[in-house]
Design a protein around this ligand. Sequence first.
Ligand SMILES: [Zn+2]
Length: 455
Amino acid sequence: MASVSVAKLAAKPTDFEERTTVKAASPKAEDFSAIQKAMSDVFGDKIRLSTFPTDSDVDPIKLDWYNADAKSRGPVVPSKANSGMCKHNAIGAHSGPYSIYHALSIASRKLDAKHVADYTSSFPPFDFPQVAEWSEPGKIVSMDPFGHMTPWLYDDLEKKENVEVRPSMAVTKAVLSIPEIKEEVKRGNLIPDGKIVLNDEGDMACTKVAVDPVWFLPGVAERVGISEADLRRALFEDTNGMYPELITRPDIKVFCPPIGGITAYVFGDPANLSKEDKSLALRVHDECCSSDVFLSDICSCRCYLIFGLVEAAKEAQKGGNGLICYFRKEGRCLGEVTKYMVYNARKRTGDTANNYFHRTECIAGVKDARFQELMPDILHWFGIKKIDRMLSMSNMKYDAIVNSGIEIKERVEIPDYLLPADCRVEIDAKIASGYFTNGHRYTDDELKKVEGRKW
Ligand SMILES: [Zn+2]
């Protein structure tokens, strides 16, 4: 089926030239020619709108996604730099949303498009061991398991093939200095041990892993229960045609989407994460800038994050691990603009818990777009088999993790005393919709009486 449609698409390879030639007579012709001539010293004097598998010069670098041997699997190469136009094997661009700033830097002539990265001494301070999950079909589909090692795994290939191979993950170490953690130490709830909690100031030592998204399209489609063709078509259409190769290159199976990634904060020895006899406390946290950073009191996000950090430190101090996976999924992946409008609508129409999800659906059409099905990939990358303490009440996160084959032994609610003033509407609405609780689950009538602060 794919070959027929591609042949049709490829039938008019000069379509762009024809159309621009015809348009040359129109008053707007100059716009076209200006763009065609622009930056030709950097990108060459021909613009190629898309490639097709049938193009005579197209010869993508092999990428066998589930191959356990990194070299045989091959690197993820979205870049069209150097020989990349013919040899790239991924759609999109590296670095998620930051790819746009990369382009802006080149357009501003502040970044040389031919810059060759020097990765000297940038390798990970901890060598995460390769686990079976990295190559188990269906286990990891939204990140590149070898993404932190690409500069060292594929440097020979990069030179030989004259393509650009960039990392999509990085590992480093850090000390976190958080005011609430200092308070917990003062209260005697956390005891400094010089290793995890370093001192009376509550400074915490951790290893952290940054992950940019890399989607294996057949795997992502299967995970969310749709066809790869539907996924490609919707991505192409709903990004307003940003990535023509979603349509023209069905042979390319990997897409680097322009979305935010993940940061994983590991407390305790990272080598223990995959060991079943070591305990693990996990918080999966989706970004909420207004609460996480600016301490807005309308939701429980930062409080749960701090609670997660405290419990993570305690678990590490017991010889196990604490793990916080922080996902850039602002406002349930609907974004802050939608989120703030929902806040306005809530406050103007009576901010009661029974209306909490309804107001989001009115504006966004859905109440949530986080697709937690993709979330467990990072857990499988660490080789996690079971979670002793799941520091989240979300049924969506719980279901996604358990359905992916990881056992959850205990679910831990945020203690009531940690909840900020105006967040009962959020938390009670979520509990009523299926969030985990050992406490009271509100009825519809009761939810009408849970009311937030008025403007
Ligand atoms: Zn929040």
